[in-house]
Design a protein around this ligand. Structure first.
Ligand SMILES: O=P(O)(O)OC[C@H]1O[C@H](O[C@H]2O[C@H](CO)[C@@H](O)[C@H](O)[C@H]2O)[C@H](O)[C@@H](O)[C@@H]1O
Length: 277
């Protein structure tokens, strides 16, 4: 496993070094894709209070004109990531794309609009049954339910026993999701009930193809970023060099698969600045 003292620009794998070399050689052909929470925004107890690192937007804006495209790929609704990130109306970020809900939604800075499919009917059913399920488990007061529009997320970070509550909820929430055609997306002290059919790997692969990129960087910190890591590994085997960045070491599997392991959003900002230079 990598240490989080890796130099910001020194990938520890040959594939990562190839990826970085390709990005640096032809930045105008590179897609830079980043997760939001935990990668651009420090993790905080209340999801509504999460904001991009204070230097993140400036670092993105400095890098954007030098690369083919920057995309934020997040489990958040696209509009929420845009608001919490402060991404709208920023000089330099005129072409930013935010792929929300793991790629189900898309916001383009150039139009300022969100495109999204019709909501899955299972979400309304889950929304109405969820309070009863949480009450039966005596977890109604210990959890926070995040209303995400086309999904519902149950957070345990502020519970008296966050990991215990998370484990207790796993099976019942999986059953509830399955009854209504949804899936559970586990994350850092959160279990999200959401429609199936798209993940960050699908979103990233399609976006790299759309741009016609010749290299890609993906940075993430959570379980929902693993499909994007797999997508970069597949792109590499198809001849598109790529660099995998773990924003921190909390999710062991992600850190183990990364070419670079950083020490949180401040270090991600440092990497973006180094790339812009
Ligand atoms: O794909 P992401 O951009 O990483 O979004 C994943 C989830 O992030 C949010 O939850 C996480 O961040 C919260 C704020 O720091 C934290 O309180 C929580 O424990 C983390 O899991 C967001 O609230 C979820 O909806 C996203 O699915």
């Amino acid at each position: 496993m990598a240490s989080h003292h890796d130099h910001l620009m020194s990938p520890r794998t040959a594939a990562g070094r190839d990826g970085l070399a390709a990005i640096v050689a032809r930045p105008d052909r590179a897609v830079i894709a980043l997760d939001f929470d935990g990668t651009l925004a420090p993790i905080v107890p209340d999801p509504d209070q999460a904001r991009a690192h204070p230097d993140a937007v400036a670092a993105l804006a400095a890098l954007a004109p030098r690369v083919a495209s920057i995309a934020v790929i997040t489990g958040r609704p696209a509009g929420v990531a845009v608001r919490h990130g402060g991404f709208a109306g920023v000089p330099g970020l005129e072409h930013l794309v935010v792929l929300g809900h793991y790629g189900a939604e898309r916001w383009d800075a150039v139009t300022g609009t969100v495109h999204a499919p019709a909501p899955h009917p299972g979400v309304a059913a889950v929304r109405s049954e969820l309070p009863g399920v949480l009450a039966d488990l005596h977890l109604w007061h210990d959890t926070y339910v995040e209303e995400k529009g086309r999904a519902v997320a149950v957070h345990t970070r502020r519970a008296s026993d966050p990991q215990g509550a998370f484990e207790t909820l796993r099976r019942p929430l999986s059953d509830l999701a399955a009854r209504h055609g949804l899936v559970v997306e586990p994350g850092r002290m959160v279990l999200e009930l959401r429609p199936p059919g798209v993940d960050k790997g699908v979103a990233l692969t399609e976006y790299v193809r759309e741009i016609g990129a010749e290299s890609v960087l993906y940075a993430g910190d959570d379980l929902g970023d693993l499909p994007a890591f797999a997508a970069v590994e597949k792109l590499r085997s198809d001849g598109v060099p790529g660099l995998l960045v773990a924003a921190d070491t909390v999710i062991t599997e992600l850190a183990e698969r990364a070419d670079l392991v950083l020490d949180g959003p401040a270090a991600v900002v440092g990497l973006l600045r180094d790339l812009a230079r």
